[in-house]
Design a protein around this ligand. Structure first.
Ligand SMILES: [Zn+2]
Length: 473
């Protein structure tokens, strides 16, 4: 039976800032692409119709910082596919994953998302040493792209390099036009505002994705508000060299690993203790978990959840302290400032709103952003810019982040009464309905170098071009 459209979303409040659309329209989809946005479109024959009246219809949420395949025994990040899909995300950048693990995760627990992956640099695990030569860095990035990754991330809060090595990694990634993200912090600084202060010097004239800016404004050296103001100033000054995002959950994600003397190994975890005056060791952490300040992240019913109190203590101990944990350390006031800050030209200083979730149960980017709309801090168009248009530009995804004719039909439908996503589509297929993941597999976003491995994997893939990304424009 002939049909002009495969499906039509009827009567929703369509918000498509790239095309200056903000009103009640129908959206027609054909062969996985946006066909038309217009008043009262009619289907023919077997056109599927979705009544989305009273709902917000936006280009799909593109999460520029998620976790779907980060190696390490503490949790299986592949549960993150379902969790992201259920919160309304349609595309995710796995920020510190492993392409092979990502592949397995897509096959086993994929939820129909578009996913790209960069690899975290962990000395002696993913990179030979703390002081790799330029050749080693070069080969590592080449190999990673062949394996389907799009770049690398420096994990300054966990495995800091020297400022010099950090610079070299950025330079090499830039030379190869590969993605390079930085959880700030080096041997000379911390995973806080002191680490962010080093960034202008470290990047020189290079390009960089500054990960989760909110993580450096938790009030460790000054008030969180003052630190947020300083962070905005720092990012503003290097605005044409960096892309950046903020996540709006109050909880962070870290790991409770202790050394044989009982001291917390990771800077991030130690900071969580210091923030509430617990000692940065096993005794302090045990108390923090028991008191309910910290929570353990565990799998239950196919999703990751938080547990606290004595249950959390038992889990942390039974995993010999190598346990994913979470603490409510992000400052809502700092986050508010970071999200809404604009430069004198009227552009947002921080490009996007991410989840830093996936397998961490904090996939609240959409609902927290919608709360800011209700509050009057962002217009609905601005919200959609930060959730979809800007991250599409960050990654150079030209056919996403808008509803122009021929764009990928990646769509997030939001219920304004709850602020939560209630339905979403990837390439015209429903991947989430009423908050439940209803799809499998995924669409692997790779660079041209990764085509061979992607083809062999059997997973549908799409080649992206980082020369189109905001990082390299
Ligand atoms: Zn992260």
């Amino acid at each position: 039976m002939f049909s002009l459209y495969d499906s039509i979303l009827k009567g929703g409040h369509v918000v498509d800032p790239a095309n200056n659309v903000d009103g009640i329209f129908d959206v027609a989809i054909n062969k996985g692409k946006i066909e038309s946005v217009s008043d009262s479109l009619d289907g023919h024959g077997d056109t599927e119709s979705f009544d989305v009246s009273g709902k917000i219809v936006m280009p799909g949420h593109i999460d520029s910082h998620a976790h779907l395949s980060t190696p390490g025994g503490d949790i299986d990040r592949s549960y993150g596919h379902r969790m992201l899909a259920e919160s309304g995300t349609t595309t995710a950048l796995d920020l510190a994953g492993n392409p092979s693990i990502l592949c397995e995760g897509i096959k086993l627990r994929g939820a129909g998302l578009n996913v790209a992956c960069i690899a975290g640099l962990q000395p002696a695990v993913t990179i030979p040493s703390e002081k790799p030569s330029r050749n080693v860095i070069r080969d590592l990035i080449y190999k990673l792209k062949d394996n389907g990754g799009i770049g690398v991330k420096m994990l300054g809060g966990y495995y800091p390099f020297s400022p010099e090595t950090s610079s070299e990694i950025i330079q090499e990634a830039n030379d190869q036009e590969s993605w390079v993200a930085f959880h700030v912090g080096t041997k000379d600084s911390g995973s806080d505002i002191t680490g962010l202060r080093e960034v202008p010097q470290i990047i020189g004239r290079g390009r960089l994705h500054v990960a989760h800016v909110n993580s450096y404004t938790r009030g460790l050296t000054d008030t969180a508000e003052k630190e947020a103001e300083e962070a905005i100033k720092i990012i503003s000054e290097i605005k044409n060299q960096v892309v950046s995002e903020v996540y709006l959950a109050q909880i962070n994600g870290t790991n409770g690993l202790c050394d044989e003397d009982g001291n917390l190994v990771y800077n991030v975890a130690r900071n969580c203790m210091v923030a509430r005056k617990y000692s940065p060791d096993d005794n302090g952490l045990r108390k923090a978990l028991f008191d309910g300040y910290g929570s353990a992240v565990i799998e239950r019913d196919g999703r990751m959840i938080l547990v606290s109190g004595s249950e959390a203590v038992e889990i942390w101990e039974s995993n010999s302290t190598n346990q994913a944990l979470s603490f409510p350390v992000n400052s809502p006031i700092a986050n508010y400032k970071l999200v809404t800050a604009k430069n004198p030209q009227g552009d947002f200083v921080i490009d996007a709103i991410s989840t830093d979730g996936g397998a961490l149960p904090r996939n609240v980017a959409i609902e927290r952003t919608m709360a800011l709309v209700t509050f009057g801090a962002l217009s609905i168009s601005e919200a959609v810019k930060k959730l979809s248009c800007n991250p599409a530009e960050m990654l150079g995804l030209k056919d996403r982040g808008h509803f122009s004719q021929g764009a990928e039909a990646d769509i997030t439908i939001v219920d304004p009464s709850t602020g939560k996503a209630c339905m979403s589509f990837v390439k015209g297929n429903v991947i989430m309905k009423d908050g439940k993941s209803v799809s499998q597999g995924g669409n692997w976003l790779i660079l041209a170098e990764g085509e061979k491995i992607a083809k062999n994997s059997g997973i549908p893939y799409e080649i992206i071009d980082l020369s189109l990304s905001k990082l390299y424009r």
